[in-house]
Design a protein around this ligand. Sequence first.
Ligand code: URP
Ligand code: ZN
Ligand code: ZN
Length: 463
Amino acid sequence: MSYDLIIKNGTVVTASETYQGDLAIEKGKIAAIGRNFKSNGSKVVDAKGLYILPGGIDVHTHLDMPFGGTTTADDFVSGTTAAVCGGTTSIIDFAIQKKGEDLRSGLDVWHGKAQGKSAVDYSFHMIVTDLPEKRLKEMDKLVGEGVTTFKLFMAYPGVFMSDDATIFRALQRTGENGGMVCMHAENGGVIDVLVQKALAEGKTEPKYHALTRPMSAEAEATRRALALAEMAGVPIYIVHLSAGDAMEEVRRARERGVAAYAETCPQYLYLSYEDYEKPNFEGAKYVMSPPLRPRGNEERLWKGLTNNWLQVVSTDHCSFCFHGRGGKPGKELGRNDFSKIPNGAPGIETRMLLLWDAVQTKKLTPNRFVEITSAAPAKLFGLYPKKGTITPGADADLVLLDPKRKHTISAKTHHMNVDYNPYEGKTVQGTIWDVFLRGIKMVEKGKFVGRTTSGSFIKRKSR
Ligand code: URP
Ligand code: ZN
Ligand code: ZN
């Protein structure tokens, strides 16, 4: 039998198993797993000394998004090229409903941004900003089209924030249509008061972004979001959880039987409040919401990842240049007022390697690494087992990772269209060597060799 591709001699890692195996790939899917397949003219890749992992799934990205008085630096072309070079083969980006408009119009805009411009497979969550009773049925329609998740905000008053009644209505509706709410949990009203007070006192530097968004503003909103989901009797997913105290709320909710899930992001595991105190406005590079927390908090999150109090690590990739360029202002917008610094940081390319480094330092097992970067995101967001594992019938989205080769992260070499890297100079143990998207070679020996048109929209399953 001849296959399109055979990958031999690698160590296959899934969320549940680690074994030496050869993979046979046909028509973009894993056709068979075994040993010593006859090549019979198939292309053969020798993965000796390499791990073969399921392609990463990043369920939280913002590409080509207007936000904070500008637009994110990465569009689908640059963002997904960076993603695949970093071992991520599927993303879920956020489409935005404009206030007063229907959900469909917002979704169509995002289809237009991504179609024919993505190097990885992609789907969307729908950001809901305006949900009167008459729009609830629009949610059902989107679920039917495979856009099964809806982000609502308890922060950013006047921009994205929804009140509790709206959130509760949306949650109840997901109970009927099989969707799920993804919640940005920070108490936006309280934060706004703290921001105005700080500015009135002449406190304008980047560090005040963090000092006006305390842990308790996140923990309180998380507790409220979980209680609303509990009252509605539906699952809920907390996005970009940063604070150990917020995680404790998720843990407690799970212990009392709420179907509560949460993601954290590498920035909350590797960076800290202290980064805001860098001189020359450098702290602006780390302005994101929720903010980085004081050193020590990250240990609580690592513990949460080990114990499954946190289920996913996504990136919240939302890149803005430090010095804006190409008609897109950057972090300098907030030079004299921290509240005007566009919120967000780049990370779509670095997630997999930063977390693999935690395998090397024994914070994670290889199987847990796969679970939090690929399998759990696939299961929670309706992609499993097409994505998220290595099994016959699954898409051949594969990462060949060299655990011996070190990689130094730098803006000089990354593929993201942004003029800084939050992890500049950090050396991690491991290198993304080859990457395949549905059997198509996208990255070879660390170099992008694919097309930025290979990615397709993925219609996700509902619960
Ligand atoms: O600072 C952030 N997180 N920017 C992106 C928007 C969001 O809230 O996810
Ligand atoms: Zn958010
Ligand atoms: Zn986000």
